[in-house]
Design a protein around this ligand. Structure first.
Ligand code: NDP
Length: 308
């Protein structure tokens, strides 16, 4: 008979590691299945200057290494593997990797989300060198610079408006001749004199060797191409939560985020909790992910206590 774990955590971003730190310190001996490339989205960033307690900033990968070390220090069992299948239909829950099967009384899901990219040349190569999908994280580095923002939804309007705090000019590239964003967010962006919108415009390529130096764009109505000389490129066309393996097992919203009870990490299955970007389409910050990771661990602990 396989051992039944008390707490099994899937994912190794700030949410997963924080859930591990809290549940390990509550003597619940958590097992954390980290994915193939542990550390989550912060592994793709350079300087993180908004993590409290790091007044001089910290490199994303260094921060994740510290969180991992802290989780291991209290006895988290760490496994660098991908979960391929889950079964939440009966207790204890089943979680499978390619060659292992785990049973657990509670599961904390912290599998995160990924930014959706256009997939154009230069986007991957210049990530962290002027290419970003998070204005809150990286806007500060564009003081008095020119940037483009891609997208016409609320994220694009919010990111563009936020970027005007720093940038001298923000150009929003919208692929249609109208915005998807809510009226109030549209108005806020359009009333901002630092923001220009280029309609019916697609980005074709990001230029620059060591850093972003420009973006080649095309008007999809006239076919006219031009190069915008900018220092930054922000993709704001949406995020995709990593919930493929939970389809049919948990209630997801129409965008695929895990549904949870208000002010709680409880999912529709008792004993299964969700924390971090996989359940949060709004804030998407390392510190809020860590916060919900802590909540999930406390709620799992209370759930286990209530069963005894
Ligand atoms: P959305 O899906 O709402 O919008 C995505 C935008 O990106 C659309 O304008 C879409 O264009 C455009 N887009 C998609 N693919 C491409 C592409 N390949 N090339 C060019 N443009 C593309 O995503 P958001 O992240 O903006 O918002 C997600 C959810 O979060 C929404 O419900 C939103 O209301 C909410 N939100 C709320 C905020 C707030 O209230 N403060 C802030 C941010 C988000 P098209 O319209 O042509 O499809």
């Amino acid at each position: 008979m396989t051992d039944v774990h008390k707490v099994l955590i899937i994912g190794s971003g700030p949410a997963g590691y924080t859930a591990a730190i809290y549940s390990a310190r509550a003597d619940l001996a958590p097992t954390l299945i980290a994915g193939r490339e542990p550390g989550g989205q912060l592994m793709l960033t350079s300087d993180v200057e908004n993590w409290p307690g790091e007044p001089d900033g910290v490199l994303g990968p260094d921060l994740m290494e510290k969180l991992k070390k802290q989780a291991l220090r209290f006895g988290t069992e760490f496994l660098q593997d991908m979960v391929t299948e889950v079964d939440f239909s009966s207790q204890p829950f089943t979680v499978k990797t390619a060659d292992k099967e785990f049973k657990s009384e509670t599961v904390i899901i912290s599998t995160g989300a990924v930014a959706i990219w256009l997939g154009i040349p230069g986007e991957e190569r210049l990530q962290g060198k002027g290419v970003s999908a998070c204005a809150t994280c990286d806007g500060f580095f564009f003081r008095d610079k020119k940037v483009v923002v891609i997208g016409g939804g609320d994220s694009a309007m919010e990111e563009a408006t936020f970027l005007t705090k720093f940038a001298s000019e923000v150009i929003i590239l919208v692929r249609r001749d109208e915005l998807r964003a809510s009226k109030i967010m549209q108005k806020r962006a359009m009333d901002n004199e630092k923001i220009t919108i280029l309609w019916n415009t697609n980005a074709l390529e990001i230029l620059g060797e060591e850093k972003v130096e420009g973006v080649r764009v095309k008007n999809n109505k006239t076919g006219e191409e031009q190069t915008l000389e900018v220092d930054g490129y922000f993709a704001a066309i949406g995020h995709k939560p990593n919930t493929e393996i939970f389809k049919g097992q948990l209630e997801l919203d129409d965008k695929g985020y895990i549904k949870h009870a208000p002010d709680s990490t409880k999912t529709n299955i008792e004993g299964v909790f969700a924390s971090g970007d996989v359940m949060d389409p709004l804030y998407r910050q390392a510190v809020t992910a860590a916060g919900t990771g802590c909540m999930a661990a406390l709620e799992a602990e209370r759930y286990l206590a209530s069963k005894e």
